[in-house]
Write a protein that binds this ligand. Structure first.
Ligand code: ADP
Length: 482
């Protein structure tokens, strides 16, 4: 079987996965399944220019980890600029947060070129290459330009917006063209896949699109499919039960003094709907005074991307809001909201999720949202908590037995919170059992095996027909933003 090569912006070595996000957990599961290579940025930047970064290689069992350092200035423009200041808001449909700067776009292309140059010497004939997420949209085209003929797949972990939003990006057509250098394009949900195909139809009329999700471009076929990312429910369940049995989580349980725990676990990001969630909690305390002192809301809010202005201002706004709720409602022996920025080990977070009666997952827009899935898996099935879930998260398409809310509707979130707290045990159990089934239907193993199967099928097809995979990746500068 061909070797699998995962490529993502950041590589996280296995021992560090305890505190890593969804993408790292997913790639590590894929690596456990099939071994192979994981290539990406080391987390370090260096001063001055770098012609071709050389990778540091570490082997662990059947897996190899190869990381590169990147030059500081282009990295900053690529990561904080184009990836997180331009693409992230655009892909999540936040046009008011979106900005476009030519130098950031150029740096994005340049860093993708450095990724391609550094990966090239590590590749072997017959490799299947799986590129992850919006940081690396042009990578496949850059690899093709260097003569790489291997099968290449790209998975978008975040949503894809409607064409009217996408075309706000001056480089919208060239980025679509670059993505079509892949053989397989994967999306979290069917609406994301449809939005992408419609963008191709509108921006690249030379492509032929078939109803089955195939896009024909320059005599090649690109498959656009749906591969919802999942978790390993049994592993999360075991982790949560173990963590809840002692230590910090056990102490947190005692500290509740019989109060019911409402929990939220998010990175600080405007897409997560945290301000609206705080407002909904405030409305809940105002309109349902019988719950005051009877609940505690714990919001874990991990910091990150602090060099992006929107994130530091969001942090200040959240601190103000939490402070104002506590100032208004706290009693000498009761803190209504505990707002914590510190990151915790994954196991501790799973244990805290298990303690909670209600989990609030209310992003304004989210590709999937793994916390929603982790909360369900972490519960004690004999006395499970209730998930309040945004209908604008990818997870809502699978988790139909959660209490689904519009995350902009403060009154609806407050109402769902009351309904969750009042829900009888029999109903909680029945909903939880169905939600757990949904988790098992689309777990992390299925995500990786289905995507890799599509990628290998495309590889076999190309070998059978011997079709060349050359793709004109490097466009003349004048066309770059067209
Ligand atoms: P995103 O990838 O946008 O951050 P997801 O919900 O898909 O959102 O994935 C977030 C991952 O990071 C989950 O596995 C979650 O458990 C973890 N996580 C989020 N916040 C924290 C935190 N404060 N401490 C530790 N882990 C966290």
């Amino acid at each position: 079987m061909s070797r699998l090569v995962n490529v993502s912006n950041r590589v996280i070595l296995p021992r560090a996965v305890a505190s890593a996000g969804g993408l790292a957990v997913g790639i590590n599961a894929a690596m456990r399944e099939s071994g192979g290579l994981w290539f990406g940025w080391s987390g370090r930047t260096v001063a001055g220019a770098v012609q071709t970064p050389s990778a540091r290689v570490v082997r662990r069992g059947s897996s190899t980890y190869a990381t590169i350092d990147l030059p500081r200035k282009p990295f900053d423009l690529y990561y904080n600029g184009f990836a997180n200041g331009t693409l992230w808001p655009l892909l999540h449909t936040f046009l008011d947060r979106f900005r476009f700067r030519h130098e950031e776009h150029e740096a994005y292309l340049e860093v993708n070129r450095l990724f391609a140059l550094a990966l090239l010497p590590l590749l072997q004939p017959g490799d299947a290459i799986w590129v992850h997420d919006y940081h690396l949209m042009p990578l496949a085209a850059q690899l093709r330009a260097l003569g790489v003929h291997s099968a290449i797949g790209f998975f978008l972990h975040v949503p894809f917006p409607g064409f009217d939003v996408w075309r706000a990006l001056p480089a919208h057509a060239s980025l679509l063209r670059a993505l079509l250098a892949c053989d397989v394009l994967g999306f979290q949900t069917e609406p994301d896949r449809v939005a992408f195909v419609e963008a191709v139809r509108a921006a690249l009329p030379q492509c032929r699109i078939s109803g089955a999700g195939s896009i024909e471009v320059a005599g090649r076929t690109v498959l656009a499919g749906v591969y919802p990312i999942g978790i390993d429910p049994a592993a999360v369940q075991a982790e949560a039960a173990k963590a809840a049995g002692g230590g910090q989580v056990h102490d947190a349980g005692l500290g509740l003094q019989g109060r019911r725990l409402i929990i939220g676990v998010d990175r600080i990001d405007y897409s997560k709907g945290l301000l609206q969630r705080f407002e909904a909690y405030q409305h809940f305390l105002e309109t349902a005074p019988q719950y005051r002192s009877a609940v505690t809301y714990l919001q874990l809010a991990q910091l990150g991307r602090q060099r992006v202005h929107a994130y530091s201002s969001m942090r200040r706004a959240l601190e103000r809001s939490a402070g104002s709720i506590n100032g208004r409602f706290a009693e000498v022996d009761w803190t209504p909201i505990r707002y914590v920025n510190r990151p915790f080990p994954h196991e501790t977070v799973m244990g805290l999720l298990r303690l909670a009666r209600v989990c609030l997952v209310t992003p304004l827009r989210d590709g999937m949202n793994l916390v929603a899935k982790e909360f369900i898996a972490a519960q004690d099935p004999s006395d499970p908590g209730v998930l309040v879930l945004s209908d604008r998260a990818g997870a809502a398409r699978e988790l139909r037995d959660a209490l689904l809310v519009n995350p902009y509707d403060i009154l609806a979130i407050a109402q769902a919170l009351r309904q969750a707290l009042d829900m009888p045990l029999a109903q909680r159990r029945a909903r939880h059992a169905r939600l757990l089934q949904a988790l098992h239907r689309h777990d992390i193993r299925l995500w990786q095996t289905r995507f890799v199967a599509s990628l290998r099928a495309s590889q076999d097809g190309q070998e059978a027909t011997g079709q060349p995979l050359l793709f004109a990746a490097t466009l003349p500068p004048t066309q770059r933003t067209g």
